[in-house]
Design a protein around this ligand. Structure first.
Ligand code: PA5
Length: 421
């Protein structure tokens, strides 16, 4: 089960039956779903807003050392994942707020902003989410104290085109506005202004990101045209994880050997957790970064309960910096056999060893294999996981695009806080 090396590949040691007519049916349902706008987004996205995003990003880079992105869940995890993965160069660093209610967190953020020029990108599709709304109050206060009348020109609001408290405030105060399309939900929104403005500010080439995602969309369309949906890696991944779930494996561990993908794991967990965990069913998604995780969760995976499968994100080509193990006289640490070897090769051997050990220990390992870790392939991976997630939720018979369970804590919190309206 594999594709050519220049595309994403999916590999697993289990065999799989895929009903192509069912996949087609699911795709039709997604395409016509009021929240299915992400499916064709890599080709359908609004070019004029895209241009405005790039222009605005340049303006922010000229006047701000920091852009504070206020948002929670799907309103920040996607761009944070890409920025952490690529660590791009930019005069403006992106900081985050509004994803917790911790005073310590806010205090740490304020300490960073002292004496620094900054702007705010407040991101909320509904425009009414409590955590970002509270953070926005604090940050507005700071911004107005610093810039007075000019403060409003440093506020960028990404929200619904016509509804919500944030939309109304932005219109009244003339903040620059960007749109969360009404047919795309938070966790599927990284390729909209939600992710694109912070990414462009951080120095990510958003044209390349979109072109990576567009390649996956083209691969999907081509498999539809040629009746080869059963060999599309995202489809294979969705069906394999569903089949493992049906066989009793209830936990999926998303694993990577690149610490810069830790936040990608957070985005992945939100995407799958909020899309699938419904009606008292769904795979529990968790994530781990190796090799550090081999010295913690690794023990559980090798030797704990056998109710787990693992999804390993791998890269075929080592790109970026590399190091050779230096020679030392008298071999004091016993590592002489590694002298001259590249660190990336050792990391790769650790990966192979882990896949082998976990498979031998009875853990099914699903491998998602990408060409190098770069912006194009991150664009591909974002689309790949969105597609796999929506199909996977469809296989379980749940709506991939709602999150009714999130309301319960809010209702109770509002009661405790004495909200009256
Ligand atoms: O994926 C989702 O829909 C959620 O995680 C939302 O992104 C999150 O709750 C934030 O919502 P909003 O953008 O409306 O503030």
């Amino acid at each position: 089960m594999s594709q050519s090396r220049s595309t994403l590949q999916f590999q697993s040691s289990q065999s799989l039956e895929i009903d192509q007519s069912q996949v087609k049916q699911f795709l039709q349902e997604i395409e016509t779903d009021p929240m299915g706008g992400w499916l064709n987004l890599p080709q359908d996205y609004g070019r004029s807003e895209f241009k405005r995003i790039k222009k605005t990003a340049q303006a922010i880079q000229t006047n701000s050392e920091y852009l504070v992105c206020i948002g929670i869940g799907g309103s920040y995890l996607g761009h944070r994942a890409v920025i952490d993965a690529l660590q791009p160069q930019s005069p403006t660093k992106v900081l985050y707020a509004g994803n917790s209610l911790s005073p310590r967190e806010l205090d740490n953020l304020f300490a960073k902003l002292d004496d620094k020029d900054f702007s705010i990108n407040v991101i909320s599709k509904s425009g009414t989410t409590t955590e970002p709304a509270i953070a926005f109050r604090f940050l507005k206060e700071k911004l107005f104290a610093r810039y007075g009348d000019r403060a409003a020109s440093r506020i960028y609001a990404t929200t619904d085109a016509s509804f919500g408290a944030l939309h109304n405030e932005a219109v009244q105060n003339n903040y620059s506005r960007f749109t969360v399309p009404n047919n795309i939900g938070g966790r599927y929104s990284v390729l909209t202004a939600v992710g694109l403005l912070p990414l462009a500010v951080s120095g990510v080439d958003i044209d390349q990101l979109m072109s990576g995602a567009a390649r996956e969309l083209l691969a999907l369309r081509s498999s539809l045209d040629h009746d080869t949906l059963d060999s599309l890696p995202a489809v294979q991944y969705a069906y394999m994880r569903h089949s493992l779930y049906q066989s009793g494996l209830e936990t999926e561990v998303f694993a990577t050997f690149e610490p810069c993908l830790r936040e990608f794991g957070e985005w992945w967990k939100q995407l799958f957790g909020e899309s699938e965990g419904k009606q008292h069913q769904g795979i529990l998604p968790t994530s781990v970064v190796y090799t550090t995780g081999l010295h913690s969760l690794g023990q559980y995976l090798q030797d704990g309960r056998r109710n787990i499968f693992e999804t390993m994100l791998e890269f075929t080509t080592a790109s970026g910096p590399d190091f050779q193990i230096p020679s030392i006289a008298n071999n004091p640490d016993g590592l002489g056999y590694l002298e001259g070897m590249k660190l990336s090769d050792i990391n790769q051997k650790a990966l192979q060893a882990t896949v082998d050990a976990h498979r031998n220990g009875g853990i099914p390992v699903l491998e998602i294999i990408s060409p190098e870790l770069d912006i194009i392939n991150l664009g591909r991976l974002i689309y790949f996981f969105e597609l796999a997630c929506a199909l996977s939720a469809k296989l379980s018979g749940v709506n991939p695009f709602d999150q009714p369970g999130v309301e319960d804590y809010k209702t109770r919190m509002f009661e405790l806080l004495g909200r009256t309206s």
